[in-house]
Ligand binder design. Structure first.
Ligand code: ADP
Length: 580
């Protein structure tokens, strides 16, 4: 029978058969033809061959016709079955074949060849010619078959470790490191990063083999929560504090603006300053004014567009119960300042309540972590070459608690006292916030001959008198000294820039409310200020909210050793009446 039944119906061109006119009757010798062609004939061809050997009117022809039709049907069925088997075969192959490896493309060293890293090992692989090689990008994930031939392109990974750029190499590679500056690695740029403008400090996502930087990730900005805007703050906007202002300028401005001169005299310039004094007296303000004025002068002097980068850190916020976390934050703070310096900023690190993290053991509550933070801070400071790189400003109400190691020459050896404003200083501060261009009480103006400056002078003179008088009802705090002596501190003794700014704000609020309520022209009056003075001292949080001795001692200028007891004369909170 037919062994080959691939084609149907009979394909004469494939199997040319000797033609035999039917009218001549059956072929005298069919056998030799069959012998020669049997292997190549399909069943249908065989039937057709046989049919030809019967005369046209032979009943055999009709019978063979039936046979032909049946074979035809079977062949169709056969074909369908073969297709089904082929499909199943393909499915079985798919299900039983091993998984493909996935690697990262590092390079295309020559046509049809790729350098791939897979599981830390590099492979020099051929590329399946069916793949469009021009579409393969450095950093992309590729599919490898068992022979490590690149057979597919999976695009870039979407996850992976994040690292910070430390440096850009001239050949385009990047030096990156994880947070804290540990474990630096050199990585390639992915095709996507090829043209991107990168700079140290940006964070990039690496592929999982950590060989290629794939994309810049946002997030560097997230830590900018420490960044504080420095407003326009010429020195004139800091009232009083002449000595402190001068000291700051000597300690920071001169070495920075005359760096060469200081170098020629081999003078070790400090890395920053410590501002100490009671709360609300302008330590932060001085810090920001330093930043503002210094960058402005540097700009003028060098012509380079210097900008300040003012990081305001509150000491207690750095304290963290987790071992090493506080250290990490300090390290990051300095790292960030260094990055910013590289970007052309003049970074300032302002640490408020510095005694909480840089205090001696005596600083109590936080002594557990001081041992590591102080030496670390010193080491970071020693790594700073000049003020040009960054300026560190510590602020504290308790300079006596700052660890002396921090205050050595070459570190922060300038302790600058920011005292409570004197009467004269207070006047200057009032003048900063109460200016003649504000709406003033019409009656007061009339009294002063419509001279706005004189009207302002009159308000300030009256409010200062009231604030600094040593009347009994101005008594504020009773101090009992070790000698047994009692002393009273009056409102004027506890004045601060913050209180003065607060009084002016309150007086403005009263005047605004009056202006809203009445159609008559109105403006700031002496009465508004006197009332505001009273309320400010009664409502302002001048007293610490708890009875922690250290907090209370921050209020006064007395040597803590000499004070036995501090008690408010008009306690707002009775429970805080005796603290030491
Ligand atoms: P500190 O840091 O010493 O606690 P701040 O500098 O934060 O005090 O002062 C709080 C606010 O008080 C300032 O924002 C400013 O409005 C006002 N202030 C304090 N001192 C002065 C000053 N010498 N001149 C002008 N304003 C001042």
């Amino acid at each position: 029978m037919a062994r080959k039944n691939k084609s149907h119906p009979a394909d004469e061109s494939v199997h040319p058969l000797p033609s035999h006119p039917p009218e001549q009757g059956p072929h005298p010798s069919l056998e030799p033809i069959l012998d020669e062609n049997l292997d190549t004939l399909s069943a249908l061809q065989l039937v057709d061959l046989l049919t030809q050997f019967y005369p046209l009117d032979s009943p055999r022809r009709i019978e063979l016709g039936y046979l032909r039709r049946r074979i035809e049907e079977l062949e169709v069925l056969n074909d369908q079955a073969r297709q089904a088997v082929e499909k199943l075969d393909a499915a079985v192959t798919k299900l039983t074949s091993p998984a493909n490896r996935v690697g990262t493309l590092l390079n295309l060293p020559k046509p049809d060849t790729a350098l791939i890293v897979n599981g830390g090992t590099e492979f020099y692989c051929s590329i399946d010619p069916r793949l469009a090689q021009s579409k393969l990008l450095v950093g992309t994930r590729v599919l490898l078959n068992e022979a490590y031939v690149v057979i597919g392109d999976l695009g870039f990974e979407t996850g992976g470790p994040v690292a910070k750029i430390q440096d850009l190499l001239p050949d385009g590679r990047l030096r990156v490191g994880q947070e804290g500056g540990l474990a630096n690695t050199l990585v390639l740029r992915s095709a996507g990063l090829g043209k991107e403008k990168l700079k140290p400090g940006l964070e990039v996502r690496l592929d999982s083999s950590q060989r290629v930087a794939l994309e810049v990730v946002a997030g560097a900005q997230a830590r900018d929560h420490l960044l504080e805007q420095v407003p326009e703050l010429p020195w004139e906007k800091v009232g009083g504090q002449d000595e402190a202002r001068q000291a700051v300028r000597d300690a920071v401005e001169l070495p920075l603006l005359h760096a060469d001169l200081f170098k020629s005299y081999q003078h070790t310039s400090p890395k920053g300053i410590l501002l100490y004094g009671p709360p609300g007296c302008g330590k932060t303000l001085l810090g920001k004014a330093t930043a503002y004025n210094l960058t402005r002068q540097l700009r003028e002097r060098t012509g380079v567009d210097h900008r300040e980068y003012f990081m305001h850190v509150k000491g207690p916020e750095i304290l963290n119960m987790w071992v090493g976390e506080s250290e990490r934050q300090v390290r990051e703070l300095f790292a960030r300042a260094r990055e910013k310096a590289k970007e052309g900023f003049l970074p300032f690190i302002f640490i408020d309540e510095a005694e909480s993290i840089l205090g001696t053991r005596r600083a109590g509550r936080t002594s557990g972590i001081l041992n590591t933070l102080v030496p670390m801070f010193c080491a970071e400071m020693d790594g700073i070459e000049s003020l040009q790189q960054m300026v560190i400003i510590l602020a504290s109400n308790r300079a006596d608690m700052i660890d002396p190691a921090i205050l050595r020459p070459g570190r922060i050896d300038r302790k600058i006292k920011v005292s409570r404003p004197t009467r004269q200083g207070s006047e200057e501060i009032y003048r900063i916030y109460l200016t003649p261009n504000l709406p003033l009480d019409p009656e007061l103006l009339r009294e002063q001959g419509d001279d706005r400056q004189k009207a302002v002078d009159a308000i300030i003179a009256k409010v200062i008198d009231a604030q600094f008088s040593r009347r009994e009802d101005n008594r504020f705090l009773e101090v009992t000294l070790r000698s047994g002596r009692h002393e009273y501190l009056h409102r004027g003794d506890l004045v601060s820039g913050a209180i003065i700014a607060g009084i002016v704000e309150r007086a403005k609020e009263t005047a605004i409310k009056r202006a809203i309520a009445s159609p008559e022209p109105t403006g700031l009056s002496i009465g508004d200020f006197i009332a505001a003075l009273d309320v400010e001292y009664k409502q302002n949080d001048i007293f610490p909210p708890n009875d922690i001795t250290e907090d209370w001692l921050k209020l006064v200028d007395y040597d803590p050793e000499n004070v036995v007891k501090l008690s408010p004369v008009k306690p707002r909170r009775t429970e805080a009446s005796a603290i030491i």
